[in-house]
Design a protein around this ligand. Structure first.
Ligand code: CAA
Length: 284
């Protein structure tokens, strides 16, 4: 199957980035949002990032215009009927995601279509089981910012067909130009299984007064050559996303390294979500 007609559910931080990657790769993309206001915000996010790519010399103005012309927004899920690949990037809420997969199952007509989730850490099998075609469901997990980070985790559930896994792997490398890795449907897959305990440890270090956020970040940037320190990275990922990922990993594994720090929960309760809300541990 040659994938050409695609869709992304949600145009938040990750959804917008994924839609941008698909549109820049010459694919026809429908972005499904819940209302016109959310669609306008998603479009603005994509336009801003494409503008940045032009400024940085990564894209010329014609390619930006072509990418924008490949994108359409819709609030009606029925518009996704003819899609060959749908990537769900709604917020990290299991019930919301399950109901999206169930709706997609009723709407997408092509039996060969592939339904994917960009979840950071939730079990893919639960979304697969919300459809009548679990073998066509898998995880396609991008990293933030999706237009910049090369990695994509391909997450097969115990029911994903081998042909779906290999089609998506080829698509991610050959069409999107990204670096795929194969991950099991286990809590945190590969990267978050390592990253979430690290981010939680850094927040606990801050919470206990062990070191300032600036010194924690400087330590990892200047001591380990990371592009940004863990406190700033938590802000970039989104503190709500960090919390949901930690909660879901902790619930399933009981691993204390993934237990969400109280400070993280309080920040999210306060609406301090990081870069996307203008304030997290730092101000933006
Ligand atoms: N489009 C295309 N390219 C862009 C771009 C855009 N919108 N914005 C920046 N770039 C390119 C730049 O041109 C530059 O490329 P070169 O290195 O080839 O010159 C590169 O991206 C870095 O850009 P900048 O130096 O201008 O730095 P920045 O401040 O704009 O961005 C950053 C910094 C890319 C975010 C970098 O700090 C970084 O990589 N940080 C770590 C991010 C990370 O770890 N992400 C993973 C999070 S975990 C996750 O997402 C998974 C999960 O489930 C929680």
């Amino acid at each position: 199957m040659t994938i050409q007609r695609t869709a992304v559910i949600g145009s938040g931080l990750m959804g917008a980035g994924i839609a941008e990657v698909l549109a820049k790769s010459g694919l026809d993309v429908i972005v499904r949002e819940i209302n016109d206001e959310a669609s306008a915000a998603g479009r603005a996010r994509i336009e801003k990032s494409l503008g940045r790519a032009v400024e940085k010399g990564k894209l010329d103005a014609d390619a930006r215009d072509t990418a924008l012309s490949n994108l359409r927004f819709s609030t009606d899920i029925a518009d996704l009927a003819d899609r060959q690949l749908v990537i769900e990037a709604a917020s990290e809420n299991e019930d919301i995601k399950k109901s999206i997969f169930s709706e997609l199952d009723g709407v997408v007509t092509d039996p060969e279509a592939i339904l994917a989730s960009n979840t950071s850490s939730m079990p893919i099998i639960r979304f697969a089981q919300s459809t009548s075609r679990p073998e066509r469901v898998l995880g396609i997990h991008f990293f933030n910012p999706a237009p910049v980070q090369p990695l994509v985790e391909i997450v097969s559930s115990v029911l994903t067909a081998e042909e779906v896994r290999s089609t998506v792997t080829d698509f991610v490398s050959d069409v999107l130009g990204k670096k795929p890795v194969q991950a099991e449907d286990r809590p945190g897959f590969i990267v978050n299984a390592l990253l979430i305990p690290y981010l939680c440890s850094a927040i606990r270090m801050l919470e206990s007064g062990f070191a300032t956020k600036e010194d924690i970040d400087t330590g990892m940037v200047n001591g380990c050559a990371h592009p940004m320190g863990p406190i700033k990275l938590a802000d970039l990922v989104g503190l709500d996303t960090c919390l949901f990922a930690a909660q879901s990993m902790y619930e399933e594994t009981g691993d204390l390294a993934t237990k969400p720090p109280v400070l993280l929960s309080r920040m999210v309760d306060a609406g301090l979500l990081g870069v996307k809300s203008g304030r997290g541990f730092y101000e933006y």
